[in-house]
Ligand binder design. Structure first.
Ligand SMILES: [Zn+2]
Length: 421
């Protein structure tokens, strides 16, 4: 396939390259060159996509969700088909890769195997997450196929060695008071064992102390913005940003999680989502009619979630200025019509917090791949990378809406194949 005369925004933060011909073969980008005569080696029977007036960006990533966990609510015989359908929906929204941060290994594997390349989003998964004894989220589901209760470094070493051969990366819940939280020594062992076989470790946190301990333990990415000690004081965020930047730790703040948990039941918030064109008025009515709408969420009180949200929105530019690599992920879709709209809202919130479009594109592509250690093979429009991309009809650098509104998607390409809308 050749995409002729397109502006390439490669996802790394580099300057856009207008007037480029992009060649794809065997599922990968094989050549990028200025549009001139036919590229050497091109054939008359190559599929040609006219890229004039268009912008080619890497396929988007949902880098924090729990598809396999939520699928447990579906009858067992329908679970794989349900997951397959969700990966289909992601691809239709331009999201070519999805990271599952805690669920069952078996359903992760079966869902990935149910997808032929190019027909749905690619699933990467953690399998069960590590947590402390009786730790979160066991209180919510009690399912020990999805969480590994770990009370010591010895427990951690035995369990992580069994797990590493079956998963793409490791997820640790590092949240709770002393005695509840995964022991720091266990987290250190998990990081050492995972890094020894080239796999990354992602840590869910609650407080600034959790963040600092997890960074020092060497985790690759911090999941969730933290509960600040003082909501009026950004100095804590500044100190944490400096620590993250120095250690090279990525940061996936999932601001849309805290927005939803903080405003669950608040109709004015749904009106804002409608005004921001994330959902329609009909979808707002459907969400408000759900049985869970407005019900307290376990472990995450609404007022604390609002503090986390407001603080993170003010702090994001500080993290950017400190040189922290921000990553886009949405976690939950509690007050969203679909999981895909939660990610698109996360990108919109990044823009509202003051990040520029180039940073947002990197956060939703190359940095998401980097978070799970895959950035050498996927997540960019560069020669050699897996050919996952979205062809937009307008410049996403001038308005992020051109990236997140599927109406601006002229084509979605997955593993070098055109996905059909
Ligand atoms: Zn999560």
């Amino acid at each position: 396939m050749i995409i002729k005369n397109v502006t390439v925004i490669d996802g790394t933060g580099s300057a856009p390259r207008p007037g480029t011909d992009v060649t794809i073969a065997d599922g990968h980008f094989t050549d990028l060159r200025p549009t001139t005569a036919p590229a050497p080696g091109s054939h008359a029977d190559d599929q040609v996509l006219d890229g004039r007036g268009g912008y080619l960006v890497p396929g988007l990533w949902e880098s924090h969700t729990h598809l396999t966990g939520h699928a447990m609510a579906v009858p067992e015989t329908e679970r794989v088909a349900h997951l397959r359908g969700q990966l289909d929906d992601y691809l239709k929204a331009g999201i070519t890769s999805v990271c599952d941060l805690g669920g069952s290994v078996a359903y992760g594997r079966q869902a990935r195997e149910a997808v032929r390349p190019g027909t749905a989003a690619t699933l990467f998964y953690a399998g069960p997450c590590f947590t402390g004894p009786e730790g979160w989220p066991l209180q919510i589901h009690g399912d020990r196929t999805m969480a590994l209760e770990t009370g010591s470094a010895e427990d951690a070493r035995r369990t992580v060695r069994e797990l590493l051969g079956q998963v793409d990366f490791v997820k640790c819940i590092f949240d709770g008071k002393d005695g509840e939280r995964l022991p720091l020594a266990a987290l250190e062992v998990i990081v050492a064992e995972a890094h020894a076989v080239g796999k990354n470790v992602l840590a869910h946190v609650a407080t600034g102390t959790d963040v600092r301990d997890a960074i020092r333990a060497g985790v690759d990415c911090i999941e969730h913005s933290f509960v600040p000690q003082d909501a009026a004081d950004l100095a804590e965020a500044e100190r944490i940003a400096a620590l993250m930047a120095e250690a090279g730790t990525l940061f996936c703040p999932t601001v849309v999680t805290w927005e939803q948990l903080g405003h669950n039941g608040d109709r004015a918030h749904l009106d804002r989502l409608v005004a921001d064109r994330v959902i329609t008025a009909e979808e707002a009515a459907e969400i408000a009619a759900r049985p869970a709408y407005g019900k307290p969420f376990p472990h995450h009180p609404a007022d604390e979630s609002r503090i986390r949200f407001d603080y993170a929105m003010r702090a994001l530019p500080l993290f950017r200025d400190a040189g922290v690599k921000l990553v886009a992920g949405s976690d939950i879709a509690l007050t969203m019509p679909t999981p895909t709209s939660a990610l698109l809202r996360e990108l919109q919130l990044f823009a509202q917090a003051g990040l520029d479009s180039s940073e947002i594109i990197a956060a939703a592509t190359s940095r998401a791949a980097e978070k799970i250690g895959k950035h050498d093979t996927v997540g960019t429009v560069t020669v050699g990378a897996v050919a996952d991309a979205v062809l937009l009809d307008a410049d996403p650098l001038t308005d992020i809406a051109h990236l997140i509104d599927p109406q601006h998607h002229r084509a979605v390409i997955s593993a070098g194949l055109l996905a059909h809308h």
